[in-house]
Design a binder for this molecule. Structure first.
Ligand code: TRP
Length: 476
């Protein structure tokens, strides 16, 4: 059949020079590295706990499959077609228009997310040291340890600086040698660690309370707020809505199958989030935190999870080894994500402003550090930064506020714009032709994708945004 003939186009020499992933597995691991991060292990269980547990989980899966995956495919397609950073991609796909502003918004949002993301990633670094030095003895109160840690300005700033330094070191190295190689080692390690921790967590006394909360859906808990949270979480966790996947897609080969790549990344991301919930919620229940009560906030994982380390067999070594390994794994997962955020801003300066890579990375890293300082100090160290506003009787620190504005609101808005641009303005025809290269059988799926991207996704996202305008407190 005519439309089944393979449509494999060779990559142009310029594209090769700019950088292309070494293999499909390399891309999938790097993109999964971007997707899987603090969003899965730190943010997902907190969101689930605050939004009805299993009911949230069900809605989350639907958001990933019907909205997240089509948007991810759209971003990858646009990236590979234009071989540019987000700003350049919109300029090239839709010349002589103002749509490049969507890319500019993306780069800005990436910058902002990177700033507070690095702060939390820095905490994981500090916790590697704390676990290794046996801070979490059976009598220690992890909540107090956490408050003491984030209340110390110098500890948080040093951890932040070291983490930023690590990101800079990897991204300076370039796409394949740095990002791809590291992801191939780190992602499997993460999975093994997570499974071991789950086994301990679900066998804790009292874990069944947490487990049934997480796994037995109570649909009476469903409301618009759960939907808002689930959709926002899906975009954050899948690294969508600001062009990170446009940028990673711009290094894809024409031979790669975009549909299977996107599906692998999305499924890996969802699975890890699910597993993280299995690990965290029973531990929360054991620590006496009743899920569903407003105990959220940035510190949840750090203030609660160490409880299970001192409950492990072969104390104290069991706890020390496990705690250290866990936070190391979390730090590395955060690193592969932060790298992708840094790469977006870097790619913009390199493609559009013709900066040398090294200069771009160093400047972006430095400015991000400065932007991160208020988030770092706003978790206890400096009073007014720790209570910048009040939302639903909850005191919000600077970091929480940044997460709400950029990590939740801006990504949802950005994803809407990406659906509209690819679905309506750039055009599904061009998008489909791009996917066909490397995937000759895409025609069968193309209609479903077109429907999702043009109708379902924008309408669903727009409803959520309108709801948020009416009731801003729904962003929790
Ligand atoms: N997805 C990552 C996580 O779950 C965070 C992240 C990396 C991200 N790149 C992004 C979020 C781009 C939004 C956009 O931890």
């Amino acid at each position: 059949m005519a439309d089944e003939k393979p449509l494999v186009v060779e990559d142009k020499p310029e594209a090769r020079k700019r950088g292309i992933w070494g293999s499909k597995a390399g891309f999938v691991l790097a993109a999964a590295g971007s997707a899987i991060g603090l969003g899965n292990i730190w943010r997902f269980p907190t969101e689930a706990a605050n939004n009805g547990g299993a009911a949230f989980l069900v809605i989350y899966v639907a958001c990933v499959v019907f909205i997240g995956l089509p948007v991810m495919l759209a971003e990858l397609t646009m990236g590979r077609h234009t071989r540019r950073n987000p700003v350049g991609a919109f300029k090239k796909a839709l010349p002589k228009s103002y749509w490049w502003l969507v890319g500019a918004l993306g780069v800005t949002v990436g910058f902002a997310i990177l700033s507070y993301y690095s702060v939390v990633a820095g905490w994981t670094l500090g916790y590697v040291v704390k676990s290794a030095t046996h801070t979490f003895t059976p009598d220690a109160d992890p909540g107090q340890v956490f408050d003491g840690f984030v209340g110390s300005w110098w500890q948080t700033l040093i951890c932040l600086a070291v983490f930023m330094g690590l990101c800079i070191a990897v991204v300076i190295g370039g796409v394949q040698a740095g990002i791809e190689r590291w992801s191939k080692i780190l992602m499997p390690t993460l999975l093994v660690m997570l499974v071991l921790l789950i086994i301990r967590s679900v066998t804790l006394p009292g874990s069944s309370v947490g487990l049934s909360f997480y796994l037995e859906p109570d649909f009476s808990k469903l409301n618009m707020k759960v939907l808002v949270a689930a959709l926002g979480q899906a975009f954050f966790s899948m690294s969508l809505g600001m062009g990170a996947m446009i940028t990673y897609g711009s290094y894809l080969s024409k031979r790669d199958n975009l549909v299977t790549s996107a599906t692998w990344v999305g499924m890996a991301d969802m699975s890890i989030a699910f597993l993280a919930g299995l690990m965290v919620l029973p531990a929360l229940a054991m620590a006496g935190i009743t899920p569903g009560l407003e105990e959220g906030g940035a510190g949840l994982i750090f203030a609660v999870l160490p409880t299970i380390f001192s409950e492990l067999p072969w104390q104290p070594m069991g706890g020390i080894v496990f705690g250290t390994a866990f936070f190391l794994m979390l730090m590395l997962a955060a690193l592969t994500s932060a790298i992708s955020l840094l790469e977006v801003v870097t790619a913009w300066l390199v493609d559009e402003r013709k900066w040398p890579r090294k200069k771009a990375v160093a400047v972006v890293g430095g400015v991000t550090f400065l932007l991160a300082v208020p988030s770092a100090l706003g978790c206890g160290a400096v009073g007014w930064l720790s209570h910048v506003c009040t939302l639903q009787d909850q005191q919000l620190g600077f970091l929480d506020l940044m997460d709400k504005i950029f990590g939740k609101l801006a990504l949802t808005f950005g994803s809407l714009l990406i659906c509209l641009v690819v679905g309506w303005f750039w055009g599904m025809g061009k998008a489909r032709d791009e996917v066909l290269s490397g995937n000759p059988r895409f025609n069968k799926l193309a209609r479903a994708w077109s429907f999702l991207l043009r109708y379902l996704c924008p309408v669903a996202i727009a409803i959520i945004l309108v709801f948020l305008i009416i009731d801003p407190s729904a962003i929790r």
